[in-house]
Design a protein around this ligand. Structure first.
Ligand code: HEC
Ligand code: HEC
Ligand code: HEC
Ligand code: HEC
Ligand code: HEC
Ligand code: HEC
Length: 493
């Protein structure tokens, strides 16, 4: 509970200067319209499933606001039952707003979920938004700042995990050590066009704010690979989760296999009769219990079990199918609100309850056992993408080589000016040696530590922070980081 109050306290500071999503559209037109189509623009008012579950959990308090309505100017009232969601309040209807995401200073682990710690905004001045820009320009509405933590952990504050009041996992998306870079790569790919209207820096691309996910047909087909073989009655299905998170992260969801075996065009075998949950291996979901009895609302559960596939892992499923089958169709489906939910929520729209296809594979058995996958064109796109990434790397490597010797000297100078006395390159001083830091930290982590030692030393697990905040220019920051990392391969004699 205490952690919620810290969060509320920090949120209080931003009340005065809130800028609505719509106000951003004046200059960030494209990003605004992308955002409007995304599920980050959905909340109590425009997501029926969310509203129904929230009302079922409590008609008085609305604790969901911490993640689903984080910009609310009366968040503490919503949580403590003093106020209800109000569609006329823009800090409510803006949902997971532009303003909120772009003022997260860092994220902090707490017992039940990670917390977003907001940047303090100075009263009477333009707000400052974090981004990834270097050498930022000024504009009428806001300042822009680069925050290395921002690209790294910005998704964690809401998506990492959530435990209920009985310490039971409601969802778990990320491990503690995971960062958000991979999330951004898949969910915010670079797309054509600059991110702001005047495009002063003539940038050709911006990061998509559509945040495509399970609701997008083409995108969701890229999450899993299905490989199947059939040999004298044994059907083997390899289900590979290619995503950076478990297959199931949302407790209302079910994902399942529907398998039909045919002979001369007639169905002769199926993996379930009436309900997909009859097939225990092919039905992926979460199952909750309270005091040993099955329950449906996760918030009340005292234990949970998941049939799931971990991030980047494969599960092999085996079925016995009549040997004379000449064709097998394997469909992989998602149901946004699984049948169990329907027992406690009524009147849900059809699109939440009707299973939707993720991917389908067909085995034609008289020919070679070859699988034919729908959406195959994604494979081709990925090959092209991979090639482009490779080409970029070649260019980057040659650039790095040519600046290496130069950077070392410049980095050493920064070291002698600011860090010497507390750190040594290879020996323990007051702080840890650079050689040791280089082995366990990335460039982003090192930069983050130098920029905000008080916050980051906690993230790194130090009990107290003894390193002062040093004012380095972006150039010095780059140079010292390179210098530290140049000790990566240093070996003790
Ligand atoms: C008056 C025009 C204007 C408005 C309104 C505006 N911005 Fe900006 N914003 C800009 C410009 C111009 C830049 C680019 C600055 C540069 O090139 O250095 C920018 C940059 C940014 C960046 C940094 C981008 C990066 O690449 O790191 C973020 C984040 C951002 N704006 C968020 C917002 C949000 C959120 C809102 C609405 C609350 C908003 N802006 C409203 C003009 C505006
Ligand atoms: C302030 C909390 C918050 C932050 C920060 C946040 N999200 Fe979300 N995100 C949510 C919530 C809440 C939802 C569910 C919204 C709904 O469906 O009502 C969501 C939904 C999503 C979805 C599902 C879309 C779909 O259609 O299935 C994706 C993908 C996603 N977020 C990606 C990200 C990424 C990537 C980041 C980091 C750049 C991020 N989120 C940061 C709260 C957050
Ligand atoms: C390799 C690409 C990839 C990476 C990395 C990745 N995702 Fe996803 N994610 C997907 C795909 C594809 C889907 C939609 C298909 C599905 O859910 O089965 C998805 C679905 C989601 C959903 C919606 C799930 C639901 O049922 O509502 C959320 C939320 C989400 N991702 C957040 C994240 C976050 C946060 C991260 C970083 C830890 C992340 N993703 C990393 C590809 C990825
Ligand atoms: C869920 C968190 C989240 C929300 C909500 C969000 N952004 Fe962003 N935004 C990000 C992240 C993360 C990046 C950097 C992505 C990267 O590193 O590629 C970004 C990048 C940007 C940039 C720089 C774009 C570029 O690549 O040149 C601008 C400008 C921006 N956002 C404005 C906005 C505006 C305006 C809104 C609301 C309409 C908004 N953002 C909503 C997380 C968010
Ligand atoms: C710790 C942050 C957090 C809290 C608190 C939280 N959620 Fe969520 N919720 C998320 C995230 C992140 C997602 C998107 C990821 C996913 O789909 O798994 C999400 C997704 C959802 C979805 C799926 C949306 C859809 O239609 O596809 C529903 C429904 C939902 N939440 C309901 C609730 C309700 C009701 C509460 C309060 C009782 C609540 N959540 C509290 C973070 C949170
Ligand atoms: C007044 C002494 C002092 C100065 C000056 C100082 N540091 Fe530190 N530094 C520390 C201490 C002590 C730690 C251990 C963490 C802590 O206590 O906060 C540390 C930790 C670090 C870490 C993280 C270590 C880890 O676990 O990965 C980095 C990176 C770092 N320092 C870089 C620098 C750089 C670069 C400079 C110069 C620009 C610098 N420090 C200047 C005392 C100092």
């Amino acid at each position: 509970m205490r952690s919620i109050f810290i969060l509320l306290f920090l949120l209080n500071i931003i009340y005065a200067k809130y800028l609505s999503n719509e106000s951003c559209s004046e200059c960030h037109e494209k990003i605004y319209s992308e955002f409007q189509t995304s599920y980050h623009s959905k909340t109590y008012f425009n997501d029926q499933l969310h509203r129904k579950i929230a009302n079922k959990v409590s008609k008085k308090s609305y604790k969901c606001a911490i993640c689903h309505m984080p910009s609310a100017n009366n968040l503490d009232d919503l949580i403590s039952s003093k106020a209800r969601p109000d569609v006329k309040n823009v800090t409510h209807s803006d949902a997971i707003s532009c303003y909120f995401c772009h003022t997260i200073a860092y994220v902090k682990k707490s017992h039940k979920f990670f917390l977003n710690v907001k940047a303090k905004q100075v009263e009477g001045f333009k707000p400052s938004f974090y981004g990834t820009l270097r050498d930022v320009d000024h504009n009428d509405k806001h300042e822009s700042l680069k925050n290395p933590i921002y690209t790294k952990n910005v998704c964690k504050g809401c998506h990492a995990y959530k435990l209920n009041d009985y310490n039971t996992t409601v969802f778990r998306n990320m491990k503690d050590g995971d960062n958000s870079q991979s999330c951004i790569k898949c969910h915010m790919p670079k797309i054509d066009g600059g991110g702001e209207k005047f495009n002063r820096k003539s940038r050709m691309k911006h990061s998509s704010h559509r945040f495509l996910g399970i609701h997008d047909k083409a995108f969701r087909a890229t999450g899993v690979d299905i490989n199947a073989t059939f040999n004298s009655g044994n059907l083997n299905i390899k289900l590979k989760n290619k995503m950076g998170h478990p297959l199931i992260i949302q407790s209302a969801r079910a994902k399942f296999l529907k398998i039909d075996a045919f002979k001369d065009g007639k169905v002769i075998w199926q993996n379930y009769k009436d309900n997909p949950s009859e097939d225990k291996q092919g039905y992926f979901s979460s199952f909750y219990k309270k005091d040993g009895k099955k329950i449906i609302i996760p918030n009340l559960a005292t234990s949970a079990r998941f049939n799931n596939i971990d991030a980047n892992s494969t599960k092999v499923l085996q079925y016995s199918v009549p040997k004379n089958a000449d064709k097998i169709e394997i469909g992989f489906f998602v149901q946004f609100a699984k049948d169990d939910c329907l027992k406690v929520l009524d009147g849900l729209d059809k699109n939440y309850t009707t299973p939707q296809l993720i991917k389908r594979v067909k085995l034609e058995l008289n020919k070679w056992y070859k699988s034919k996958v729908e959406y195959q064109y994604f494979g081709i796109i990925n090959i092209i993408k991979g090639w482009r990434v490779l080409m970029n790397k070649v260019v980057v490597i040659s650039l790095v080589l040519s600046t290496l010797i130069f950077a070392d000297n410049a980095g050493k100078k920064v070291f002698e000016t600011y860090c010497w006395g507390c750190h040594h390159q290879t020996a323990v001083a007051f702080g840890p040696p650079f050689a040791q830091i280089a082995k366990k930290r990335s460039a982003d982590e090192i930069k983050a530590m130098i920029t905000d030692p008080e916050a980051v030393s906690k993230v790194f697990g130090y009990k107290r922070n003894a390193m002062p905040k040093l004012k380095l220019t972006p150039k010095e920051l780059d140079e010292i980081t390179k210098y530290i990392l140049s000790f990566k391969n240093y070996k003790d004699k």
